[in-house]
Ligand binder design. Structure first.
Ligand SMILES: Nc1nc2c(ncn2[C@@H]2O[C@H](COP(=O)(O)OP(=O)(O)OP(=O)(O)O)[C@@H](O)[C@H]2O)c(=O)[nH]1
Length: 587
């Protein structure tokens, strides 16, 4: 995709790309055929990325072009190498690039108009987050291709017959059952196996023996070679503009309603269309977002919408900030700048896609620490809670529980609430709660966890860990998988003058008023599950998480470490609170 394209003031507007995602067998090809059969005057270029059946799908899509009623693409590129384990993002861009070149060549030689649309059918095991990231990175790096195309609309097809089963059961798939989720082909499989044996061989003998003998080995190895279907299904639904609840003919109405309520909690901004055999109006799915959909969002945008939905438009922070007025039109990468600054000039090529690590943008994040902002801290125990519904007169607003709001949809009892706290988590205590989450790992199925978290479907949000005063972590749980990633630094670490101008209001809304020590550091985790509107369950989870926060004595120690100065503090804090257990969870 490094090909250069003729670009000038007369260049045509970028071709909108519509991405179709959805788990294996959900109906993506059916939708693609529907689009190609009813595209009318649109000229549609197609990228098909079907790991297992790419050639079959390609033939289906091509169709006999002499028959006007059959599905036919105006240009088609097959992607034969994609798989979820490597996300195949570069190959997507390569294929899109090939289509644009094809279109240019045709219009030069025969005056054929170029494509009005490009449709990409992702593999059933692709995560749209990776594909979106690839497009955003290409834009940030100033790839010439990005002047010719833009990722516009993300469509996810849900199979109504399997969705709830996948999401609830947290099944992990194995290499043997679905090799396409792990390897591109046999050669790739062999190469990865060789790498693993080499890794084992290179270990000190004692460690190798211990690993091979004990459970640790099997769980460590299987953890690296198994994926939760649930994670994929949830991610595909969350990262989409349009969600088709397909195969509605095969389930009863109440099942459709249950799926609908879950989908709406997972993705409050998406448009849901119930259908059979992907029978939808092409105008409802093809390039409908006009450049203002989830394609331009980052993790932080996603999170904000998620929180707003979980609080049902009554999102109160203890500082009284109201996030409910979140303006969809204002989605902007720069306000997600923990994870992804789109400031080309400041981009550092050490960019790390997978971790969204702040190291990719040195000039905007790697700055000197503002000592003055840490010179005094405030006790917020006297702050008056501004939530009219709050019934707890005692809670301290920088500690204790952040009370929450729940929301229940009419059908099914799927609800969500937000846990908030303005004090860091003690990593080891948090790790022991993480151990209680439902998991396929046998060591984590204690009776209490089964009781408390048994109906948890999804949890995600910002976490403030006592092992760092700088790093903004993002925790995510789905199915059997928990992961914690560092999104970058808290905005408090950056002088205000260096915040992106258009994002100042949004950033400020996350700050605890009059407390520069805390700033935007926060725990803000959304929990979604069945029966989570029940106060008993909710309070038990809140109490459990409160126990993981630093107590008063620990917090004083934390504060004094920070007051010693930036670099010393980071070293001291990470030594005070070794978070190895959390790191293991991140693997
Ligand atoms: N009954 C019923 N069958 C459907 C519906 N939509 C698709 N199918 C069938 O389900 C099967 C899978 O559909 P595809 O469109 O190939 O699904 P896909 O998502 O492209 O599948 P993969 O490429 O394997 O990921 C096909 O046999 C379709 O005819 C529907 O709404 N109802």
């Amino acid at each position: 995709f490094s090909a250069s394209f003729p670009t000038s003031s007369t260049s045509p507007p970028p071709i909108p790309v519509t991405l179709i995602s959805g788990f294996l067998g959900s109906g993506k090809t059916t939708l693609l055929q529907r689009i190609l059969t009813n595209k009318e005057s649109r000229r549609v270029g197609v990228v098909v990325n079907d790991v297992a059946e790419v050639n079959v799908d390609a033939k289906l899509v091509k169709g006999p072009s002499s028959d006007p009623s059959s599905a036919s693409a105006d240009g088609l590129v097959e992607l034969e190498n994609g798989c979820a384990c490597c996300s195949a993002s570069d190959e997507f861009l390569n294929s899109v690039s090939q289509l644009v070149t094809l279109s240019d060549l045709r219009s030069q030689s025969s005056d054929e108009p170029s494509f009005s649309d490009i449709v990409v059918e992702a593999s059933g095991v692709s995560d749209p987050v990776g594909i979106r990231q690839a497009f955003q990175d290409a834009e940030m790096y100033g790839m010439p291709l990005m002047e010719r195309v833009r990722l516009d609309t993300l469509v996810t097809v849900v199979d109504c017959t399997t969705f709830l089963k996948h999401v609830k059961k947290a099944t992990r798939v194995s290499e043997d059952e679905t090799p396409e989720m792990f390897f591109r082909d046999d050669e790739d499989r062999q190469r990865k196996k060789d790498d693993m044996s080499k890794w084992l061989d290179d270990l000190p003998e004692k460690l190798r023996e211990a690993l091979q003998a004990g459970d640790a080995a099997s769980s460590a190895l299987s953890a690296s070679s198994s994926k939760a279907v649930c994670e994929l299904c949830v991610s595909q639904v969350e990262t989409s503009d349009i969600i088709l609840l397909n195969k509605a003919d095969l389930v009863d109405e109440s099942e459709v309603q249950r799926i609908k309520s879950l989908v709406k909690v997972l993705n409050p901004r998406g448009k849901v269309i119930v259908c059979e055999r992907a029978l939808v109006d092409v105008a409802d799915v093809l390039a409908v977002m006009g450049g203002d959909g989830v394609a331009i969002c980052g993790v932080v945008d996603d999170h904000k919408d998620f929180v707003a939905a979980a609080t049902d438009g009554h999102d109160h922070d203890h500082a009284g900030h109201d996030h409910a007025d979140h303006d969809h039109a204002s989605h902007d990468h720069s306000h997600a700048s923990h994870d992804h600054s789109h400031d080309k000039s400041s981009h550092d090529h050490s960019h790390d896609k997978s971790s969204h690590d702040h190291s990719h943008d040195k000039s905007s994040h790697d700055h000197s620490h503002d000592e003055s902002s840490h010179s005094h801290s405030h006790d917020h125990s006297e702050t008056v809670c501004e939530d009219p519904g709050c019934t707890d007169p005692t809670h301290s607003h920088d500690h204790s529980h952040s009370h929450s709001h729940s929301h229940q949809f009419g059908h099914g009892a799927i609800s969500s609430f937000v846990y908030r706290a303005r004090r860091p988590f003690q990593p080891a205590r948090l790790a022991s709660v993480i151990d209680l989450l439902p998991s396929s790992s046998p060591q984590s199925s204690s009776a209490s966890s089964n009781h408390l978290f048994k109906n948890l479907l999804r949890a995600k949000g910002f976490t403030w860990m006592a092992s760092s005063h700088k790093s903004a972590y993002y925790a995510a749980f789905a199915g059997a998988a928990f992961e914690m990633t560092c999104l970058g630094r808290w905005w408090s670490c950056l002088e205000r003058e260096r915040w992106p101008e258009e994002a100042v209001e949004a950033i400020q809304s996350d700050f605890l008023e009059d407390d520069s020590f805390v700033g935007d550091r926060r725990n803000e985790i959304v929990f979604i599950g069945e029966g989570f509107d029940d106060d008993e369950t909710k309070n038990a989870i809140v109490t459990l998480l409160d126990e993981c926060l630093l107590d008063d004595e620990e917090y004083l120690k934390y504060k004094s470490a920070v007051d010693e100065g930036e670099e010393e503090a980071e070293e001291k804090l990470s030594a005070n609170y070794p978070n190895e257990k959390i790191r293991i969870q991140m693997l």
